[in-house]
Design a protein around this ligand. Structure first.
Ligand code: FAD
Ligand code: NA7
Length: 534
């Protein structure tokens, strides 16, 4: 229980979350602004996503060389990697080392959930309730994670299951699938990774698939020390390219429309990308318009469908695995996803055709009356993305307005960073931030927030807040840009369509990191247009 009479601990700034975002923000507030800042995380360790997602097969699908911080050239030179992609233990080890390298650990309170944030008009400060204690600070930076609030489906009988139920985003330490009968619900980015890993170790794996997925090879494998040295020698150019690019994945996006080349050439380009590996490369590096033009999208989708037919031996399994809708969810890549279904221990159940009726103590019952007996039920059912963690807290801004009230029709922001009525609350990866490889976008936002706080302090302004008009304008901009793409037409977390009852709305700025950085630079150069510094 919170002791409301005990005086709140005074801080200059509170950071909520100790993942990529929170760690870097804590660093800049302390080191660059000299503020007494403290971070809180409900997890027992730092790392955010990479603390929680310990499921077998968990890894980044951004390549190792750009799934990291770029703010410190020495850090870039000092850290090694030996595979094209980083697995969860490698990313967690990296983030742990970063925390120690910059002396941040003593300023991070773990096992401490921030449950309430309340704005006090009289003092111009926020009071946070964290772990039952109160903390007061002028600034709050929320780095709550955009894929962090787990989505647990309401399946009848789930709580009666006698075995282990594990959501991938809250994976119990030490839970292994070796030799077990495993049921897996969900075949998104996470579920497909679980399939690849679990198929090799489980006694039996039953995959309950709601939507078939387009997955391309990741091309993962070892990289040589010479390769790593060569990357390090080019890091200045690499980051310059990343920061000016659209998806920030470390490759040049194509400028060639798919239909501008003959069919044979198109297939050659797709085949080259298939052999090269990486999901974002396949969608954005092959042709310029796969995510925006129906014909281009069909061509890419047809190519992948053809691959599924080639790879999967059983025609009925291949049929079920073949998507018929748009190729417009977050693009996936895996080492051997479709191949896994050729293994004798892997079974596919299309729950669109044969729905799950209930979970019993022994396993999962489907509409055809079959009880799929299992030991472990893995829920790879994704996240209440972007605003999920905000709505799980009590956040009260000016005039007692809650964030839930403010975001009644869906989450909004100015620049993905601030929202009207919630002064001095800065969001990392808030709604309508960039849709990219995330560390470079996180760094962009943290740097902007840090400069904005510095400017406010230099001007003697107690509060920083966007105008409602600026927020409306940014929301309209994000809607307009998303409208040029095919993404809103596919049902996924990107637009909130994966959560029953959640308003289906635009939640990302889809013009890319280069354009986003341009907007932020202009806003700053023009004296922080759209913000009120008072
Ligand atoms: P997070 O890492 O999610 O950290 C948020 C932290 O806030 C968590 O530790 C959480 O415990 C804490 N928190 C939340 N609410 C509270 C509260 N009320 N009180 C206290 N603490 C709180 N992105 C890519 O760019 N490339 C990839 O390849 C990629 N792969 C991914 C794979 C998986 C399985 C997942 C789930 C995500 C992936 N992402 C990827 C997205 C990934 O989340 C980001 O890249 C990045 O790690 C986000 O960092 P963050 O600090 O913003 O948030
Ligand atoms: P996703 O991409 O949201 O995938 C979740 C999967 O779970 C997807 O296949 C869903 O089917 C399925 N799902 C969700 N709810 C249910 C219910 N109620 N019943 C059956 N199946 C369900 O989450 P991920 O964790 O894979 O990936 C999220 C991001 O994290 C990813 O893009 C990376 O950036 C890391 P659907 O497709 O909705 O029919």
């Amino acid at each position: 229980m919170t002791d409301s009479k005990a005086p709140a601990t005074e801080l200059d700034a509170i950071v909520i979350g100790a993942g990529f975002g929170g760690i870097y923000q804590l660093y800049t507030l302390r080191e660059r602004l000299g503020l007494n800042a403290r971070a809180f995380d409900k997890a027992a360790g730092v790392g955010g996503t990479w603390y929680w997602n310990r499921y077998p097969g968990a890894m980044s699908d951004t390549e190792s060389f750009v799934y990291r911080y770029s703010f410190d050239k020495d850090l870039l030179q000092d850290w090694e990697w030996d595979t094209r992609y980083l697995n969860q233990p490698a990313i967690l080890a990296y983030l742990d080392a970063v925390v120690d390298r910059y002396g941040l650990r003593e300023h991070i309170r773990l096992n401490t959930e921030v449950t309430e944030l309340e704005w006090d008009e009289a003092t111009g400060t926020w009071t946070a309730t964290a772990g039952g204690e109160r903390f007061r600070a002028r600034y709050v930076v929320s780095a709550l994670g955009l894929l962090s609030a787990t989505n647990v489906p309401a399946i009848p009988g789930l709580d009666t299951f006698a075995g282990t139920v594990a959501h991938t985003g809250a994976w119990p330490e030490g839970l292994r699938l070796d030799g077990k009968r495993v049921g897996l619900i969900g075949t998104g980015s996470t579920g497909t990774q679980v399939v690849c890993a679990a198929s090799k170790v489980a006694a039996h794996l039953t995959v309950f698939q709601r939507s078939a997925q387009y997955s391309v090879p990741s091309g993962n494998g070892p990289v040589t020390p010479e390769h790593v040295r060569a990357v390090k020698a080019r890091y200045d150019q690499i980051w310059e390219q990343v920061r000016g690019s659209v998806v920030a994945f470390g490759f040049e996006e194509s400028t060639v429309p798919a239909m501008s080349v003959p069919e044979e050439e198109r297939k050659r380009v797709f085949q080259r990308a298939w052999d090269h590996g990486n999901g974002f490369y396949f969608m954005f590096g092959t042709f310029s318009d796969i995510a925006t033009d129906q014909a281009a999208n069909d061509a890419a989708a047809d190519f992948i469908r053809g691959k599924i037919r080639e790879i999967v031996s059983d025609p009925e399994t291949a049929r079920k695995l073949t998507p018929t809708d748009l190729y417009a969810k977050r693009p996936l890549c895996n080492w051997d996803y479709y191949e896994a279904f050729n293994r004798d221990n892997v079974e596919l159940v299309s729950i669109k055709e044969n729905p799950i009726t209930e979970v019993t103590p022994e396993g999962v019952m489907t509409a055809d009356g079959v009880l799929h007996k299992i030991d472990v039920l893995v829920l790879a059912t994704g996240f209440d993305a972007v605003d999920g963690n905000y709505l799980r807290m009590s956040i009260r801004g000016r005039n007692g307005q809650t964030i839930r009230q403010h975001w009644h029709d869906g989450p909004t922001s100015y620049l993905g960073i601030t929202t009207a009525g919630f002064p001095n609350l800065f969001m990392i990866l808030g709604p309508n931030g960039p849709f990219t490889n995330l560390p470079p976008s996180i760094e962009t936002q943290v740097d902007f927030i840090t400069d904005l706080i510095r400017t406010a302090r230099a001007r003697g302004a107690g509060t920083v807040e966007p105008s409602a008009a600026a927020e409306d304008g940014w929301t309209a901009t994000c809607r307009e840009i998303a409208g040029y793409t095919l993404f809103p037409k596919a049902e996924s977390w990107i637009f909130g369509a994966n959560i029953p009852g959640k308003p289906n709305t635009v939640m990302f700025y889809m013009a890319g990191l280069g354009a986003y950085r341009g907007v932020l630079q202009d806003v700053a150069r023009q004296g922080y247009t759209g913000f009120q510094l008072r």
